[in-house]
Design a protein around this ligand. Structure first.
Ligand code: CDP
Ligand code: CDP
Length: 240
């Protein structure tokens, strides 16, 4: 059967990376984390002291930067890495997960010209199909013709708690209140920006995993994918 393009969008902490990676593994698809690209560019801007207000400089930075996503090696996977992220050839998989980088990423993600560069890169990376890509605008902008679109959500309290637990596991000690405010602030910016805001595509299936684990959520999405594969095969006359 021909392989699908699966788009998973949703707010911070909704489980996109964990679930998308599991879905890709179950289907034998490529997993791509588009947010990691925004984070990598934000890390470079912070390191180069480029102001997040300076749109033309950030556009130039996007054009001159090489970001690559690679599947993790087994030992990196065991340490929780989902995609390994290379910024101009250097491994920045861990650095891009800092809270400061997340906030900077969501600020530069409001700039249309920066998005154009990264969206073109994402479209190239997923062009062959057989891919699960997750982010904020995958079903609306990057792959509007994706055969399966999921809008993954969970309550703000649960999403913030998940992020807080991740900080604890890394030995970081932000207060639960600070993490909650960070998640809410970033969501608001992502939902309210003019270009490619976070919004559920009209044809996306809403999956609320507030009370569901990663495995359960991934299995549900795989069921949708298998159903979609059958529908497409039937439409192509390959199945009764
Ligand atoms: O990519 P996104 O920000 O949407 O979320 P994530 O990084 O996949 O998940 C955030 C945290 O929540 C991770 O530590 C996951 O293990 C956890 N999680 C969970 O406990 N239950 C779920 N159903 C989904 C994610
Ligand atoms: O993992 P989490 O959901 O917290 O964030 P992420 O997916 O790593 O994305 C970081 C930031 O990049 C988001 O807050 C968005 O502002 C931006 N982003 C975007 O605008 N479009 C995407 N397709 C992916 C991420």
């Amino acid at each position: 059967m021909s392989k699908l393009t699966i788009a998973i969008d949703g707010p911070a902490g909704s489980g996109k990376s964990s679930v998308a990676r599991r879905v890709a593994a179950m289907l034998g698809y490529l997993y791509l984390d588009s947010g990691a690209m925004y984070r990598a560019l934000a890390l470079k801007a912070l390191r180069c002291n480029v102001s997040l207000e300076n749109e033309s400089r950030l556009e130039a930075l996007a054009n001159e930067t090489h970001i690559e996503l690679k599947p993790p090696k087994p030992e990196q996977e065991a340490a929780g890495a989902k995609n390994c992220v290379f910024l101009d050839g250097a491994d920045v998989t861990h650095e891009i997960r800092m809270g400061e980088v997340a906030q900077a990423a969501s600020r530069l993600a409001t700039i249309a010209k920066v998005r154009e560069v990264l969206v073109a890169e994402q479209q190239r990376a997923g062009a062959g199909g057989g891919v699960v890509m997750e982010g904020r605008d995958i079903g609306t902008v990057v792959f509007p013709k994706a055969e399966l679109k999921i809008f993954l959500d969970a309550s703000p309290e649960v999403r913030a708690e998940r992020r807080w637990k991740e900080h604890q596991e890394k030995g970081e000690r932000p207060t639960p209140g600070d993490v909650f405010n960070e998640v809410i602030e970033r969501d608001k910016r992502d939902r309210e920006r003019k270009v490619s805001p976070l919004v559920r595509a009209a044809d996306a299936v809403l999956v609320d995993n507030t009370a569901m684990g990663i495995e359960e959520t991934a299995r549900l999405i795989v069921m949708f994918a298998e159903e979609r594969e059958r529908e497409l095969a039937r439409a192509a006359g390959k199945m009764p």
